[in-house]
Design a protein around this ligand. Sequence first.
Ligand code: NAP
Length: 571
Amino acid sequence: MINKTENGRRNYFRVAEKIDIAVSYKEKNGGGPASIDGRVSNISPAGVSFFTHKPLPPLSQLKIEFKLPESYGNALSRAKVAWRDDHTSHYGAQFVLNEGARLLDLEKFLSELSHNTLSDRRNTQTDDQQIGRRTNEMDKAIEITSEERRRMFRRISDLWGLERGTRHKGQEIRRIKSFQRAKGLGYTYEAVQIQREWLGNHTGTSLRHIGILSQDPSQMQGNIENLIGVAQVPIGVAGPLKINGEHAQGQFFVPMATTEGALVYTYTQGMQLISLAGGANVYVLKDEINISPIFVFENAKASQRFVSWLESNFERIKGEAEKTTRHGKLSRIEPHIFDRSVVVKFCYTTGDAMGLNMINIATEQACKYIVSTVRPEEFYMRSNFSSVKKVSAHNYTVAGFGKMIIADVIVPRKLLKRLFDVSPEAMARYCHLSFVSSAHAGMVGMNGHSANGLTAIFIACGQDVANVVDSQVSVSACETTKSGDLYVSVKIPNLVVATVGGGVDLGTQRECLSILDCYGPGKAKKFAEVVAASVLAGEIAVAAAIVTGTFVDAHKKYGRKPNKMQIGRNA
Ligand code: NAP
């Protein structure tokens, strides 16, 4: 809670344990400082925002002070107003590092502040919601002394800048200094800010939006290198979507991050239709991920001997691989003899993780044993046969990669007519024409726009977005039923999703998974079912929009900014 405490003549507001703030101003008659009553609405390591009971006087008369325990050294005791809204008496102040203060003290303060404000933030959520946009503006640059800034800039320039190298044909060859050296900067607020500032200055660009962080950058270690901030992608919600899956059951509101207008609208239309039709049925048919090292021997005969050896030593190989992980289980190995080279697919289940890191580590361990025993002429950890983040006929038609999943629904004729003003026959006819066209185009997978929904959900929910490449290779089909209704299905053979590991623990990503109750262990199949049912919804809605001729209208209406539409109409 934010408690107000009395200290001498001034009111201090307790913004977090051990941290108090006072807002005061000089009275016009030249009297001593008068304090202003108020409450803190948000605090971040960059500053603080607060409401006061009346508008603040001009900046020149204002004084904002912090009272910090001595253990922070003399890093911080002042703040300056960064933005003001006199209409609502809502203000934002940036922390100001005291002249001569040590950066170490600032770091200590920031880390303690992040720690201390966690419980306060929960309690101030309503305020945060009220002030919306303005609270974010608090995450502005931390002011540091000019001497420190110069020192840090020199360090960054040194790490990122071009250095003088050798001369070649009279030309000086400059090279970029090793990336590895930049690692030393770490993931503190200060390191992120100073890198961003350096880049902004170097390129003459304002990076204000990139710099608005809502979480401690140290939590991004393992997800990103050379961190300068965050990308903000708008998140919309589509739904409700009723799902009758084996793991996902009930009604879901699906977060989608995109900048494509009309996308969330389209998916919402389809989800509502599915829900009124009784819900999407979803089944995970297979769940397996693989990596394919390649071994080279003297000739094809030797390759064959190697394959026999693999079969008789599977248990030992499995034991080696599983030494490195609690959740990765080597279910089988699948050799493919090409000639004197042999690709061996190591196929795993990986719990709720997507698993690529996990199986790389496990397979490397297994291969150490294999290579030291059979001694191939050549060995490479990856052959590209698994086609990770690539489209391959092998994965699409036969093997699958990740979760192989089906979603389907029967939409009653009357409902389809009422909601989309279209008949099952018209939908089936369009589906046929679309299939023929896709076949002529040589498309791998035949679907309307699965990549749209997948990408939006992947971005919102912290999935590795590059996996959309394989995940979108799906077949959407529709036909009329014997009773004259519409049957629609989607089969996705390569859905690669996770609820543990990778990017799912980051702030917005975790929140979006939590909206679906799909964050953490035991939720990967549930999440996969939600994703597949969402794809199904998008397929029905886009097909109906094309059949009824409303596709372009919807994109005109939702997919353009109002002023651009104005220009279009006038032209
Ligand atoms: P990870 O975060 O590297 O590993 C998952 C971690 O979660 C493991 O330490 C695992 O422990 C633990 N864990 C806890 N509970 C779990 C549960 N219920 N199910 C599964 N694991 C659980 O994630 P990853 O999925 O292996 O790798 C994904 C990342 O790899 C993504 O960021 C992706 O972009 C990246 N990636 C890597 C490659 C590559 O070739 N290395 C290629 C493409 C992408 P145990 O290990 O003890 O089981």
